[in-house]
Structure formats: C-alpha cells, structure tokens
Design a protein around this ligand. Structure first.
Ligand SMILES: [Zn+2]
Length: 276
C-alpha cells in the first residue's frame, strides 16, 4: 500500500488506494490505522467475508470486514479466534460504519494454552461483556489493559479468579459499583456477616436494609472485593481458588452488569451450567 505524502506522518496517515494525488477525493481516501486489539466475535457477511467485532487499545471497539476470510484460511489464519490478542491493521473511509481489516498479526492466542469448557466459557464471557457493554469507537484503555492482563492469567487450572476479577472491575469501570464499605441505603458502615445484595438495585446493604429476596455476601468475598479493587490480578494467583470461592461476589457483579445491559449474558448461563 502506498501512502499519500501529503498526509503521511500525521497523527494517522491517509493512504490512497489507487492513484495518489494532492487533490485526491474524499471517497478515495482511506485512513490507515494500526493498534493492538482483542478479537471479540465474527459472523458471516457475504459468501466469503466475515464481520469482525474487535476491541482496539487506541480506538475502542470497532466493526470491520475481513474480506475473503471464509474462503482463504491463510489470509487471517487463526487470528479470528475470539479472545486472540493481535496487532491489527485496518483502513477506514470517512463516514463509513465498517472499517476494512487488512491484516492481523497474532500476539497471543487463547489456543496456545490448554483448553477446557470452563476456560473457554470464561473467555467467552470476557468477549461477550466487552462486546455488549462498550459503545463503539470509545477508547477505553483501562478496560483494554484489564482484558489483556486477564487473558494471560485465565488458565485451565485457574479460571475463577480472573472471572471474579474481571466482573468486579467491569462493574466498577461501568460506574455500577457504589462504595463497598457502606450501606447503599443508609450510608452506615457495613459489618461482616450482615452484608447483602439484591436483584433490584446496585450496591450492598446493611442488616437493617436487607431486602426480602436478598442474598448474603460472605466476609471472604467482601474482603476479597475490596482487595481486588486495590491490587492487580496477578497479586491473587497464588491464592487457592476452588470453584465455589467468591461465587456470591460473581453473582452480585453479574446481577449489576445484566441489569444495566437489560439482558442475560449467554456465556454466563453456560458458565452456570458448568458450576460457575
Ligand atoms: Zn443500611
């Protein structure tokens, strides 16, 4: 691809697909971009093409067309597997909804580590939540860093810690997590063993404001949540994480997320069937 010298070297460069001239028309201009990205999901567009939802570090979540992806496996290789961390090159015409995916270079594939149904379901939940929760073209570098770090830590041996950490932080980053030390209703300091959450509202409640259909948040989960908001996920890998640990915390954060999205996450239902 040749770059138009007039624009090359600016914040992003314009490339002209065909004959470049200083008077190039808008319709023939393509902005060419590159960014680290995580592939979220793909679906067929036409006979040979795929639409790819991918989450870039620098430009937020985008939809792109992967031309000939269905016909030529060579073109994108295994890079279109959901939750693959890639370097993406893509081009965009002004005012076009879809970008054109030109190249994906795999930086880290989820399939390079052992897989089992639980690990794949956890990775699917990461993909589904980012795909559903983030608006398009909204740069969210904190979410990107969170996702990229957890992809590495999500293993067959340890799927539950990254899942717990991701749900908690997504709840926080989406502004759905009131302060955890105090009752959302009255503001009184919460006491271990008396803390509850419910399906009707965000936040945690004291004994007095416990709702009729409330669920308890155990002391371990409550302390864990507060520690997780202060430390990177890597700080928790050496702790024991049986499946049932922080199950209540995951229910609490999932309820908030699903209430906000106004729908159930399919991957969360799959995880529930696997015991998570
Ligand atoms: Zn209260």
């Amino acid at each position: 691809m040749e770059f138009c010298k007039r624009f090359y070297g600016k914040e992003f460069c314009w490339a002209i697909e065909f004959n470049c001239s200083e008077e190039c028309e808008d319709s023939r201009r393509m902005g060419v971009f590159t960014s680290e990205a995580v592939v979220l999901r793909c679906w067929p567009l036409r006979e040979a093409d795929l639409i790819v939802s991918f989450f870039t570090r620098d430009y937020g979540r985008l939809h792109g067309v992967a031309k000939w992806a269905l016909k030529s496996r060579k073109r994108f290789g295994g890079a279109l597997e959901p939750m693959t961390l890639v370097r993406a090159w893509f081009a965009e015409r002004p005012r076009a909804e879809l970008v054109r995916l030109d190249q994906l270079e795999i930086l880290s594939s989820p399939l390079s580590a052992p897989v089992d149904p639980v690990r794949m379901a956890v990775l699917s939940l990461f993909a589904e939540l980012v795909d559903e929760a983030l608006p398009e073209r909204d740069r969210q570098e904190t979410v990107f860093r969170l996702l990229a770090s957890l992809l590495e830590l999500t293993t067959v041996e340890q799927p539950w810690m990254p899942l717990t950490y991701f749900q908690l932080w997504m709840t926080r980053l989406m502004g759905l997590l009131p302060e955890l030390g105090h009752c959302t209703a009255c503001g009184e300091a919460l006491l271990e063993g008396e803390i509850s959450f419910n399906t009707l509202g965000d936040g945690l409640y004291c004994r007095l404001h416990r709702n009729g259909n409330a669920s308890e948040l155990t002391a371990d989960s409550w302390q864990l949540a507060q520690r997780m908001l202060r430390a990177p996920a890597s700080a928790f890998v050496d702790e024991a994480w049986p499946r049932r640990r922080a199950l209540d915390l995951r229910r609490f954060t999932l309820q908030s997320l699903e209430r906000h999205l106004e729908r159930k996450l399919r991957s969360a239902e799959a995880l529930a069937r696997l015991g998570g």
